[in-house]
Write a protein that binds this ligand. Structure first.
Ligand SMILES: Cc1cc2nc3c(=O)[nH]c(=O)nc-3n(C[C@H](O)[C@H](O)[C@H](O)COP(=O)(O)OP(=O)(O)OC[C@H]3O[C@@H](n4cnc5c(N)ncnc54)[C@H](O)[C@@H]3O)c2cc1C
Length: 285
């Protein structure tokens, strides 16, 4: 196996595009190194992206907040602007692993590892985040929900990699939240994880809502029907019930040791209501 640590995006793209056999970007390594140690992945080339200067920065301007692909979880949860504008995204990141894992793990790595149970992904999808991807054909920006293709697979083309996660400017009276359910309280993988972001008008009527659900399908789901059930309502019990039903209807989970498909489907509505309640309180505040 070859290891390379380029200092520019172009150099990284050239390395990834020209490699024969599997070539993998390496960010925090909290998934990739574990997979290599267990023999699950055997890359011909690993391209460490942490020496690419711009990828280690968080930049905020009128177009939103750009989080470089090498920025780790601890830097995100410790960032006052992200914590105040997008607390749901920050709390999704904060669920990942322990303090040690947080000091390495990145949201881009969580997304590109493409686990259906990835905690950060519903938080990003609910917030309407995009990623900027660099590759042999140049750069492009795509919604986060278009990156995972199935367990362990992404839609990225050979030679492409994520250079930033982009959070949009936050509209007024908007709140986001992420809630996950696990059998244990610490260091476990989601049985269900739900991200919700909603916007209210001055009278308290919902004008926009995004609901994203993890661990209930091969990829994280953006459940548009659940968002639609909230829009135009005061987010009262009837709207919550209708949205929870839409969440349950969208679930296509598997049975595994953490929960049966029926159990995951049933609790997805409950976890949705908890996340939506927090997002609503934040939007009202
Ligand atoms: C003890 C432990 C606890 C954990 N707990 C959780 C948890 O609670 N919730 C959870 O969701 N995850 C958890 N994880 C998994 C892991 O920490 C996260 O998925 C993490 O966010 C991965 O980020 P990373 O930067 O370490 O990715 P890496 O391991 O560096 O990469 C992961 C994958 O993404 C690819 N990749 C990385 N960066 C890019 C990029 N910029 N562009 C394209 N591809 C890229 C790599 O090639 C690799 O295939 C845990 C892991 C451990 C070891």
């Amino acid at each position: 196996m070859r290891y390379a640590a380029p200092e520019t995006v172009d150099e990284a793209v050239a390395l990834l595009a020209s490699a024969e056999g599997g070539a993998y970007p390496l960010a925090g390594g909290t998934d990739l190194v574990v997979q290599m140690s267990s023999g699950m992945r055997a890359p011909a080339l690993v391209v460490d992206i942490k020496r690419i200067g711009d990828l280690g920065r968080i930049v905020s301007d009128a177009s939103g907040i750009r989080i470089g692909a090498a920025v780790c979880g601890a830097e995100i949860t410790g960032n006052a602007e992200i914590a105040s504008k997008w607390p749901g995204f920050a709390e999704a990141m904060d669920y990942i692993g322990s303090m040690q894992i947080q000091s390495r793990a990145t949201p881009a790595g969580n997304l590109c590892n493409a686990s259906p149970a990835a905690d950060c992904v519903p938080g990003m999808v609910a917030a309407g985040a995009t990623v900027t991807v660099a590759g042999p054909g140049g750069r492009r920006e795509i919604p986060v929900e278009e990156v995972p293709a199935g367990p362990g697979r992404t839609t990225l083309a050979p030679g492409e990699f994520v250079i930033s996660v982009n959070l949009p400017p936050k509209p007024a009276r908007t709140g986001d939240a992420y809630v996950r359910f696990t059998p244990r309280t610490e260091m476990d993988i989601a049985v269900v994880g739900v991200g919700v972001c909603l916007t209210l008008d001055e009278g308290g009527t919902c004008t926009a809502a995004r609901v994203a659900v993890g661990a209930v399908a091969p990829t994280v789901l953006l459940v548009r029907e659940a968002g639609a059930a909230l829009v135009g309502t005061p987010v009262d019990d009837a709207a919550m019930d209708a949205a929870a039903e839409a969440v349950r209807a969208a679930c296509r989970p598997i049975d595994d040791k953490r929960g049966s498909a029926a159990y995951r489907t049933r609790i997805s509505g409950t976890i949705f209501k908890r996340a939506a309640g927090v997002a609503l309180a934040r939007a009202r505040a």
